[in-house]
Structure formats: C-alpha cells, structure tokens
Design a binder for this molecule. Structure first.
Ligand SMILES: [Zn+2]
Ligand SMILES: [Zn+2]
Length: 347
C-alpha cells in the first residue's frame, strides 16, 4: 500500500510503498477514507520526535476490509470511526478515562502505525460504527471533537457561564463547538489569524477578539468580564498567566495546548480565589463514542472547518504548509481520492 512515513527532521515525511497491514487477533484492517492532518503531527515532524518509518495520522475513519481472528460484531464494508487510543479498559489509568496513558496498549499514529496510509490495522475495541447514511469522511472529526469535548467537560461550565477559549486553531474551534453543544456560554474566543477567527464565529463563538489589537486582559477589563472557565488552546507565551488573571473566583483553567512553557503559579492567588487548574489531553472512550453520536446526528458544523482535501502524495507538502497555517484550518488526507476505492481485501 501507499503510506506517508516519517524520514527525519530535515526531510519530514515522504510517501512510500509499504506492506499492507494484516489484522492481529482482535483487530480489523480499515481502508482509510479520511485522516485529519493534526498540529501534533506537524510539531512531532518538525521537532524530530518520531521514529524513522513511523506512519503518523490518528484522526481517521474508513471501512472495514479485513477481520482478524476472534473479531465478532463487525463486518467487511462497514463504515467506522476509529479511536487511535489503545487501552486495555481494565487498568486503573483506563478506569480513570485516560486511555492514552494506558501502559498496556500503544496509540495509533503515535507509537503504532497510523492512518496517513491506504490501510490501518485497528483493535476492534477502538471502533465505533458509523450510520450508513453518513458520509464516512465525517467520522474523521470524531478524534479532534473528542479532544475539544474532553476539555469542555473539564471546564465544568453550563448555561450562563462565560468561557474564554484562548486560541482558535483547530482544537480551539472544536472546543467552541463542544461548549456550544453542552450549552455553555457566552463564549469569547481570542485569536490572531483572521480566517480562523472567522471560523470561530462560524462554529459558535459569541464574541471573537483579535489579540493583535486587544489583549485578553484589556478585553476583560473593558467589558467587565471575568470567566467561569478559560480553555487555553494557543500555547502562546504567557497565556497561562494571562488566562489565570481573568478567571473568576472558583473558576477553572483548562490547559489543552501542547506547550513547553514553564509557568509560575502564585499559590496564594490560587487558593484564595479557589481556582481549579487542570490539564486536558486526549479523551476517554466514552467521550469518543459520544462524539460519533453528535456527528451522526449532525449536531456539530464540523465540515465547515475543512479547508482542503489532499491525496497521500500531497500529504507531506500539506504537513509542511501547516507549519505556518495562516488561515488554513483543517486539511484531510483522502488516500483513495484519486484511486479506485478498494474492492478486494488486502492480504
Ligand atoms: Zn490530533
Ligand atoms: Zn489500561
């Protein structure tokens, strides 16, 4: 099959012919319909944080083309969304809903082969069925929507609670959609890119501020707003300190952006204000299933976020372009876009 593999920090990724995956017991092979290009892949490639030969890609959906031994309840041709997060479902970490940290099971596209490829092997327990009438591509939004939903849940907000979403990259936008879904808000979104700010308004932010023109602190002061939650999705230097300063007493600060920043935290301020500070990374299996249900019911305007669809051949270049995304929001790799959809099962 054709697949996009990591080469090295200088080259980035390249397309190669590799052997088709075969399903281990308990696994299926999925023909990938769509796989979202994720900022975490862009950073991993840029920073050389992958093993050479690694096939990245973890936000995907497709159709089952082969069943391994001991797989029941699934059939060939069935459309599915596939969570990349391996979990045993039994250990204490999994029971806490932190599947991505399960020591027993690797994560697809991170430390086992991913979905910037025609086919990917997936443990059957990571599949969620898609209704046949839904375009299969829509299932590829389940992963980032789950990241946004998990962060929105941790924000512990409801109707009437003002929330600041700091950063309007793809994850910020999925957070906005999840907050809207949960009825929280008013939602204030803060970002720099004009195109992405427009997308923020489009998917449900009530107020969108341009942080090149007004800082979050000035906005809070001028509007007299303190936030019940701040969801930090920007990784902008100083965002933690700035976000904490506009939080109301008892409010929650959720860090979602992958940032190397080492922030200092005034402990007296934290305790006297009763602030909650929480890290959100990935999602629980339950959140992933809920996301698929929301997508299937058409409750989230995810397709508005798709800026481009690219073939596997175009994917290495698209990953490079996302290093400076500008107004690009979401790019989907479509492995079979220019090839016939597979009729036969890979061996
Ligand atoms: Zn991702
Ligand atoms: Zn586990």
């Amino acid at each position: 099959m054709r697949a996009v593999r990591y080469i090295d920090k200088e080259v980035g990724t390249a397309v190669a012919d590799v052997s088709d995956p075969s399903p281990a017991p308990g696994e299926v092979v999925v023909a990938v319909e769509a796989c979202g290009l994720c900022g975490s892949d862009v950073h991993a490639v840029q920073n050389g944080q992958c093993e050479p030969g690694q096939i990245l890609g973890h936000e995907f959906s497709g159709r089952i083309v082969a069943l391994g031994a001991d797989v029941t309840g699934w059939s060939e041709g069935q459309p599915v969304a596939a969570s990349p997060l391996g979990s045993c479902g039994k250990c204490r970490i999994c029971m806490r809903g932190l599947a991505f940290r399960c020591p027993a099971a690797p994560n697809i596209g991170i430390n086992r082969q991913g979905a910037y490829a025609e086919y990917a092997a997936v443990p059957a327990r990571q599949l969620v069925a898609l209704p046949p009438e839904l375009p299969v591509e829509v299932g590829s939004h389940a992963e980032p929507l789950s990241v946004g939903s998990q962060a929105a849940k941790l924000a512990s907000v409801g109707p009437g609670d003002p929330v600041l979403v700091y950063g309007v990259g793809p994850i910020g936008l999925y957070v906005i959609m999840a907050l809207r879904l949960f009825g929280a808000g008013p939602i204030v979104a803060a970002g720099r890119s004009a195109g992405r700010r427009e997308a923020a308004a489009d998917v449900g932010a009530d107020v969108v501020i341009d942080t090149r023109e007004i800082s979050v602190a000035s906005y809070a002061e001028q509007s007299g707003t303190r936030f019940a939650a701040v969801v930090e999705c920007s990784a902008a230097p100083g965002a933690f300190t700035e976000g904490l300063a506009v939080l109301e007493p008892g409010g929650t600060f959720v860090e979602v952006a992958l940032t190397p920043e080492v922030a200092s935290l005034p402990l007296f301020g934290m305790l006297s204000e009763g602030h909650h500070i929480v890290g959100a990374c990935a999602f629980s299996d339950e959140t992933y299933r809920e996301s698929v249900a929301h997508l299937a019911a058409g409750r989230v305007p995810v397709q508005r976020l798709v800026s481009e669809r690219v073939s596997l051949e175009e994917t290495p270049d698209a990953l490079r372009r996302l290093q400076t995304p500008g107004s690009l929001v979401r790019i989907l790799a479509r492995p079979f876009m220019s090839a016939p959809w597979p009729e036969s099962v890979p061996t």
